[in-house]
Design a protein around this ligand. Structure first.
Ligand code: SAM
Length: 282
């Protein structure tokens, strides 16, 4: 909602909200799937919302995109083939392609308009879209995984909207069972898992669904994301046949690319569980 020079997102059912002072709205369209709005803000740069909810800002998207990609990629022993579901702003794709060992990325985004609008208003997030390893597809990610051959991917990243509408199926056991089959031995799936403070029940249900899908190890990592509900966000990872407790620490420390949030210390610390969530996941 935009009023009196502020964009405000009310956090459903939480009696709280976030407001960003905006200079002007520079784009507004209704795609087949959602309303896409772009604002120029006073202090967070460009802001994209989908159906009125914050998706990405210039100022803080680096935390989310780095934490949705590097922990999983440095945990896998040799990630060659990666699938990104959603991720239409292409920030996660850019981070994944920083890993030289990655040979092929399929990005399956439901709404092509999100990517085309991002190419215009977030060109730095889309800077890697022309990488020959990047393959952009515009269709339902749930069906894509259902149709994928067994062992197609080393890492699957679910960079989706909240678990409602077309994204709801990306948080359930049937989808995770399809991911299990589509992943290689020791493969990893990572999904954005909302706010630990506001949505611990969802995180618990994701852990249960992933274990029902036969993943051996499941873990949730935490990071700040000041423009998302509660300002505290998470991603939940699951791995076939191997632990998530160790990662390629040397490769992480000697990585040939810059990050602004992720490093080896953050990797270790992000998996530490707050007591209330630890108990909720028992
Ligand atoms: N960082 C954001 C967040 O955590 O809410 C997500 C960014 S990205 C823009 C989310 C994308 O998921 C949207 O572009 C949306 O179209 C896409 N999406 C939702 N359901 C999908 C599905 N079933 N298959 C593929 N993409 C989907």
């Amino acid at each position: 909602m935009q009023k009196d020079g502020w964009y405000t997102e009310e956090w459903a059912g939480q009696g709280s909200a976030i407001s960003l002072r905006v200079k002007e709205k520079v784009h507004d369209e209704q795609s087949v799937y959602q309303r896409i709005e772009i604002f120029e803000t006073e202090t967070f740069g460009t802001l994209m919302t989908l159906d009125g909810l914050v998706m990405v800002t210039d100022r803080d998207n680096f935390v989310y995109h780095e934490m949705m990609s590097h922990p999983a990629l440095f945990t896998h022993h040799h990630p060659r083939k990666v699938l990104i579901i959603g991720g239409g702003d292409c920030g996660t794709l850019r981070e994944v392609l920083k890993h030289d060992e990655v040979e092929h990325v399929d990005q399956v985004e439901l709404d092509e308009r999100v990517t085309r609008v991002s190419e215009r208003f977030f060109p730095e997030l889309c800077a890697a879209n022309d990488d020959p390893r990047a393959h952009l597809h515009f269709q339902d990610g749930i069906q894509w995984v259902k149709d994928a051959k067994a062992g197609s991917y080393d890492v699957i990243i679910v960079d989706s909207t909240d678990p409602v509408g077309p994204a709801a199926g990306l948080f359930g056991q049937a989808f995770y069972a399809d991911c299990y089959r589509a992943l290689n031995r020791d493969g990893i799936v990572v999904g954005q898992s909302e706010s630990p403070l506001f949505h611990s029940d969802l995180i618990k249900s994701m852990h249960e669904a992933l274990r029902q899908a036969n993943f051996l190890d499941v873990a949730t990592l935490h990071f700040p994301q000041c423009t998302y509900p509660s300002g505290w966000w998470s991603a939940t990872l699951a791995r076939k046949d191997a632990t998530l407790a160790t990662f390629r620490e040397e490769a992480c420390c000697e990585r040939p690319f810059a990050t602004r949030y992720y490093n080896d210390g953050i990797h270790r610390a992000a998996f530490a569980s707050p007591e209330f969530l630890f108990k909720a996941l028992l």
